[in-house]
Every structure is written in structure tokens, then in C-alpha cells.
Design a protein around this ligand. Sequence first.
Ligand code: LMR
Length: 398
Amino acid sequence: MFETLQVLPADAILGIMTLFRADRDPNKVDLSVGVYQDDAGRTPVLECVKRAEAAIFAEQETKTYVAIAGNAGFNAGIEELLYGPNHPALDAGRVATIQAPGGSGALSVAGHLMERARPGMRVHLSDPSWPNHLPLLKLAGLTIEQYPYYDYAAHGIKFDAMMAALEKVEAGDGVLLHGCCHNPCGADLDRDQWEALTQLFEKRGIVPFIDIAYQGLSEGLDADAYGVRLMSARLPEVVVVSSSSKNLGLYRERVGAVSIVARSARERATVLSNVSNVARGIYSMPPDHGAAIVDRVLHTPELRTLWDEELGAMRLRLNGLRRTLVQLLHARNVPMDFSFIAKERGMFSFLGIKKEQVIELREKFHVYMVESSRVNLAGINAKNADYVADSIAAVLKA
Ligand code: LMR
């Protein structure tokens, strides 16, 4: 049967990671996959995670199944992070949250649930969005459309065009928004824009589908959840997917969550039963270890404080690297204004250079980024920063 299939092109992001790993050049620089790196170029296990793991290993007495919905302490902890204390939707018992295998697993479960609730449902993605959103949600059976978002020439959000397009979206459609640290462009909605979108969604009966995979890496855990909290307080139904890959560095453990705000506590029970049934039908139960770590970190006061410090250090470093890169590029008199990079947030920005220049950076200078010119700022460090800036300047002037 497999003669009907064809070999597919490598994944837009993970394919670059593979090329990078195969490169033997000592000066190679990885600005591709969205993984945090420290100033030594490492992606260390967080200390709060190490300590939580040690306690789990010492105390765990069984590997028996947990539950379809995963770890209840994790789910409650994620709700606290997403909605904050005393959130009206939580207080009204309208929120159903289940653990899922990573942010991607959460997206998939949410997609299948939406498709079950409303067969053929349309979901509108920002142009651009994370490249895996489209195939992943299509596999769930959703119909995918796009709305304008990033203005490549002005290096900012085309908010008027976005609103105009969303005005025409049909009632009941879903609109995927990035909660913070937009992947790939780094240009985030401000509070007025979240407010305008909330009013529009209310008026038009649009369902927000918020992907918040980078909470805590822009301004802080609470500030980054502003949009999630606003929409969940004001709209009848909200779908939120989150990840512990980036803010807790648990990438390979696959820890994410689907959290759904339903219209009532009664409807929450229906949603919970269906979202659990969807998960059971795809993978039965999520992996435990990562979620057990998150549960411990969130519910052990010393570990929670330590996490806040470690997350704060990652955030500070990312925001500092943005300013550093702009300074280094401008010091080389490059023929482009890169100051927008310092205003964007999270791990990513588009350099806004041509695809040929991206390829030249990779092939000639061993500096790897996604072909869209998306860079992961965390790949820059004290040792390679000048080299990165020199390489970008060289391809721009060529
Ligand atoms: C990225 O965008 O680089 C990350 O989210 C990793 C991935 O799976 O694509």
C-alpha cells in the first residue's frame, strides 16, 4: 500500500535542526528551533526541575496509570497560571482542564474536540503562524483559513487589516491567537488590541482559541496571560492550549494542557467528558513524569520561588539579547533598521532578510535559522554574538 505515498520535504523547523546537528563547523550557530539556550549555548535542566525530579524518584512507589485527564495537581496548577487567582470563570466552575502530551498534543486534542462539537468548523490562523498549526489542526479535521497579522515591511501587527478580516468571520468560527511571544514574528497584541478583539468576538460570536506556549517569557507569568484572562472573563466559550516545554524547559517530557472555558458549570461537565474521550481515542493517557514535576514545582513553595527566579533569568536574557543584536547590527552600518527586534518579545523575530540570504548564512557562515528568516534569539551568546552580527552584515552588504 505504501507505493501510494511519497517522501515529504523535511519539517520547516525540525529539518533545520537536523542540518545544524550534522554540521561539523566549530563556529556554527543555532538560531533555529525554539529551544532556550543559556550564555554557554546549553539548554540545561532547570534547578527547580532537578529538585522536583529527585523528590519524585525518591518517593514514587508505582508506575500504574494516572488518569485520562492526567495529573489533577498539574491541571489545577495550570489553571492558576492561566487564569490567576479569583478568576470569574474558574470561580463559576466553568473551566475544564486536562493534561496533554506537549503543546502540540494539546492543540490536537482541542482541534478534535472542536471538530466533534462543530463538524467542519473553521479556524482562522494568523498570517504567519507557527508552521505546524496548519497541518496539525487540519489532521484534526478542521477547515483552516488565515487572517492578516504581521506586516513584514512595517515590522508590526496590521491590526486594522486583522480587525477588518475578523469582522467578516462567521459566528461560531474559531480564531487562533498567540497568547504572548508570537511564534514566529514576536509581535504581540497590546492590551487595547486584546480589548478590541474581545468586543469583536463577543459581538460576532467568534470562539477564541488561544495558544500560549511561552507564558512567562515576555513580561512575566501574570502579564503574559492578560489576553487569556480577559477573554475568559468576558466571553462564553474559550479554548486555551498551553505548554510547559519552554517556561519549565521540559521539552522532551511532553507536557501541555487543554483548558476550556464553557458557558456554564453544567456544560463544563459535558466538555470534560468529551475532551477526555477524545484524548482516550488518540493516546489514551498522557505521559506522567513531566506533569508530576510541574505539579511539584508549582505546589512546593521553595521550588515555586526558584522557578520564578529561573524563568525571570531566561526572560531577562531574551529581552537583553534583543537589544544586543540590534546594537551589534547597527554598529556595523547594515543597510536595514533592525530596531523592531528590541520591541518584539519571546524567543523569535523575523530578521526580514531574503531567503537567499538565509541560505547563504547557513551555507557560508554556518548560522542556522528557519527559511522565513525567523531567528531564535536565545542562540546568541557572548562568544558568538559578534560573529552572528558580522555574518548577517556580510550577507546584507553582498
Ligand atoms: C519552534 O517553533 O521552533 C518550536 O515550537 C519547536 C517546534 O516544535 O517547532
